[in-house]
Design a protein. Structure first.
Ligand SMILES: *Cc1c(COP(=O)(O)O)cnc(C)c1O
Length: 337
C-alpha cells in the first residue's frame, strides 16, 4: 500500500456501487474547439449528471458505505451548493436523512434544489461562522455522520469514477484537465488516470483568485488562503485536504489557473458552440484548454466539465456581460453585491 487515502481498487468498488444509479454522462467533442486549440478535446459532461454535477458520485458512494445504524441516524454535510444537493439526493435514494449546513448567500437555485431533494437546510454566515464547527456540533448533538465535501476517501473514490468513464469512452488520453477546489475530484481522477493510462499527464485547474492548490504544490505543504473572490463558487475553498493533498502531490503534474473572464468566455463557447449550459466552476478545465498557457497541440485531452448548476438570471447576466462590453462581470451572487 502507498499510504495514500485512495487507491484504484476503491474507485473500481465505487464504480460498481454507482452502476445503474449515477448517469454514465456523455463525452462530447467539438471540431471548432479542436481547431482553436490544435488538440483533440473530449468533454466529459458532468453537467448532465444527476443533480447537475459530478458530486453525486462521491456523495452516493459515501452514504452507501455507512452501516445501517449510521444510515438510520442520518448524515450532516456542509457545502456552498453541489455537495449539499448531492448528499440530499443520495440520502433520499438510500433511505437516510440529510442535514445540510449552507451559507445564507448560497445561490438560490442551489438552496431550493437541496430542499427539493429532501435535505434539511441549516443556514450560516460564511464570513463570520465556521461551517466545519457547525457541522461537527450538529453531528455530536444529533448523532449524525459528517460527510465532508472533498476530504474523505469514499468521496474521492466516487469522484474518480468520472475519469474512469471518460477514459473508457474516449480512449487513452495524453492530458487530463480537471477543476480543483478542495481536491476530491482531482485526486480521484488522477488515481484513475494513473491506473488506466499511466502516461497521461493530469493537470488541475483553479481560479486565479484562489490558487492555494498551486501554492501548496510549490510549498510542499497545504497552504491556507482567504475565501477567494471568484465567480467559480464551487472552487472557493481555502485549502486542500489532509487526504486529497498527498494524492495530488503524488499524481498531479501541475496546477494552472484561469481568470473569471476566461471562465465566462468558456461558458459562452459551451453555450454557443456546444449547446450546453455549464456553471463557472464547471468551466475551469474548459478555460484552461483554451488559454491556460498549456501546450496541448496534437494531444488527446480529456476535460472534466464538472457541473451545470447556475441560476438562470445569473447565467444570463454573466453571458450578457461578456457580449455587452467584452469584459467579465465581477462576482455577484456569492458576495451578495
Ligand atoms: C465541488 C465542485 C468542484 C471542485 O471539486 P473539489 O472536489 O472540491 O475539488 C468543481 N466543479 C464543480 C461544479 C463543483 O461542484
Amino acid at each position: 500500500m502507498s499510504g495514500l487515502a485512495l487507491d484504484f481498487p476503491a474507485i473500481e468498488t465505487a464504480r460498481r456501487r454507482l452502476d445503474g444509479v449515477a448517469h454514465r454522462t456523455p463525452v462530447l467533442t467539438s471540431s471548432t474547439a479542436d481547431g482553436l486549440t490544435g488538440a483533440r478535446l473530449y468533454f466529459k459532461c458532468e453537467n448532465f449528471q444527476r443533480m447537475g454535477a459530478f458530486k453525486f458520485r462521491g456523495a452516493y458512494n459515501a452514504v452507501a458505505r455507512l452501516d445501517p445504524a449510521q444510515r438510520a441516524a442520518g448524515v450532516v454535510a456542509y457545502s456552498s451548493g453541489n455537495h449539499a444537493q448531492a448528499i440530499a439526493l443520495a440520502c433520499r435514494r438510500l433511505g437516510s436523512h440529510a442535514v445540510i449546513v449552507m451559507p445564507r448567500d448560497a445561490p438560490r437555485g442551489k438552496l431550493a434544489a437541496t430542499r427539493d431533494y429532501g435535505g434539511e437546510v441549516v443556514l450560516y454566515d460564511r464570513y463570520r461562522e465556521d461551517r466545519e464547527a457547525i457541522g461537527r456540533r450538529l453531528a455530536t448533538q444529533r448523532g449524525l455522520t459528517l460527510i465532508p465535501p472533498y476530504d474523505h476517501p469514499d468521496i474521492m473514490a466516487g469522484q474518480g469514477t468520472a475519469a474512469c468513464e471518460l477514459i473508457e469512452q474516449a480512449g487513452p488520453l495524453d492530458v487530463l484537465l480537471a477543476p480543483l477546489g478542495g481536491g476530491g475530484l482531482l485526486s480521484g481522477c488522477a488515481v484513475a488516470a494513473r491506473a488506466l493510462c499511466p502516461r497521461c499527464t493530469v493537470i488541475g485547474v483553479e481560479p486565479e483568485a484562489g490558487d492555494d492548490g498551486r501554492q501548496s504544490l510549490r510549498a510542499g505543504r497545504i497552504v491556507h488562503i482567504e475565501t477567494p473572490d471568484t465567480i467559480a463558487d464551487g472552487a472557493q475553498t481555502q485549502h486542500l485536504g489532509q487526504h486529497t493533498f498527498p494524492v495530488i502531490q503524488a499524481h498531479v503534474r501541475a496546477i494552472v489557473t484561469v481568470s473569471d473572464a476566461q471562465l465566462v468566455a468558456a461558458m459562452a463557447f459551451c453555450a454557443e458552440r456546444m449547446k450546453i449550459v455549464i456553471e463557472p466552476t464547471g468551466a475551469l478545465a474548459v478555460a484552461a484548454a483554451f488559454g491556460g498557457g498549456l501546450d496541448i497541440r496534437g494531444q488527446r485531452v480529456g476535460i472534466i466539465v464538472s457541473g451545470g448548476n447556475i441560476d438562470r438570471e445569473r447565467y444570463a447576466a454573466l453571458l450578457a456581460g461578456i457580449s455587452r462590453e467584452g469584459t467579465p462581470l465581477r462576482s455577484t451572487g456569492a458576495d451578495g453585491e
